[in-house]
Design a protein around this ligand. Sequence first.
Ligand SMILES: Cc1ncc(COP(=O)(O)O)c(C=O)c1O
Length: 447
Amino acid sequence: MTAPSARAAANPTPNDLESFWMPFTPNRAFKAAPRLIVGAEGLEYVTTDGRRVIDGTSGLWCCNAGHNRAPIVEAIRRQAGELDYAPPFQFGHPKAFEAASRIAALAPGDLDHVFFANSGSEAVDTALKIALAYQNVTGKGGRTRLIGRERGYHGVGFGGISVGGIVGNRKMYGTLLTGVDHLPTIYSREQQAFTKGEPEWGAHLADELERIVGLHDASTIAAVIVEPMAGSTGVLPSPKGYLQKLRAICDRYGILLIFDEVITGFGRLGFAFAAERYGVVPDILTFAKAVNSGTVPMGGAIVRKPVFDAFMQGPEGAIELPHGYTYSGHPLAAAAAVAALDLYRDEGLFERARALEPRWADAVMALKSLPGILDIRTVGLAAGIDLDPRPGAPGRRAYEVMVAAYEAGAMVRVTADTIALSPPLIVDDATIGRLTGILAGAIRKVG
Ligand SMILES: Cc1ncc(COP(=O)(O)O)c(C=O)c1O
């Protein structure tokens, strides 16, 4: 096998960066000083100039098994040679059924049917549509409201940004879905700063759902959607008891509970799903990203048996849910998912994340003494580090830290003035030490 650095040397910087309109990226700044990745292996990326960079973010919260893992690569190759594509409407192929069974087997309780999409955003839209349709087919068509949460991130579809709570992602796009309301954020720096794991303070914030029910009446509300740990907005773990309360209120009023586990699924919090960590079974659970360790686009929604069964009525020849994507359960994505789930199981990666969590938390929390750190949060193998924003230049400091860390050999992620870390679950103590060391150096350098 050719070493990644040798391969990288054969992949120089492209001479035209103009045509690709990059997502969630300052295009002009990037193209003036590009950071291009041409190879990867295990815990590291390789850059165009042949440098090795520690992946402190599992790509974008997705490569949980590490990079270019042979069993996954081989499964994709094999599948591409056998069956490139088969339509998922009215036809099928075995790998999609196998992937669905394997995913359902990992989900807690009676979450046992899987609807495939191709991304987290599509997974969220799928879940919201199933929730609305469920109310409809069970004779409660008046339940049309969807409840999200401030600071929530549910992707970029119109459904996702409507229930999402990140103002920058919403404000340019008109009126969005109507009939949406939001719970308050679960984060309070005053009450929770420098907490390892789930904060003690904040369970009462779930009671705000009672207030929303009081305002709109339960008979108008279809579903509530939350992330068990809000990742994209800066790593905000649920306060202790919060999700249990939310579950109880939803049960009281016949409201469906959706967990968006696009980030927390497949080991990030030390369990297959965060639902298992918290002992709370939602009615619908979304996933994407790490389902196949980020190798081929795939997402989906897992639903509880009673939700699925409600649709399996009426004439057998009728389509029960008019929804789906050309690439739902794509053969390459499905084959990669089965291989990734095998790898997670065979290498005990979810358990590994759970075992590493205390050491990870200590290593990241040690950055507390650096200048300008306002808060550090850790949970599972994830961490959020809030930097004091530069006056009049929000996000600038964290951006500079990200660039400095990359130049020094580590990829970290920024969102506003928060640095987010989420290494592959194969990470070891030595790499955690190098990653936090490089980050500390970058924070000091940027000042
Ligand atoms: C909780 C959550 N939901 C949905 C999404 C959207 O996923 P995608 O970018 O694959 O559409 C993300 C992406 O980070 C996410 O964190």
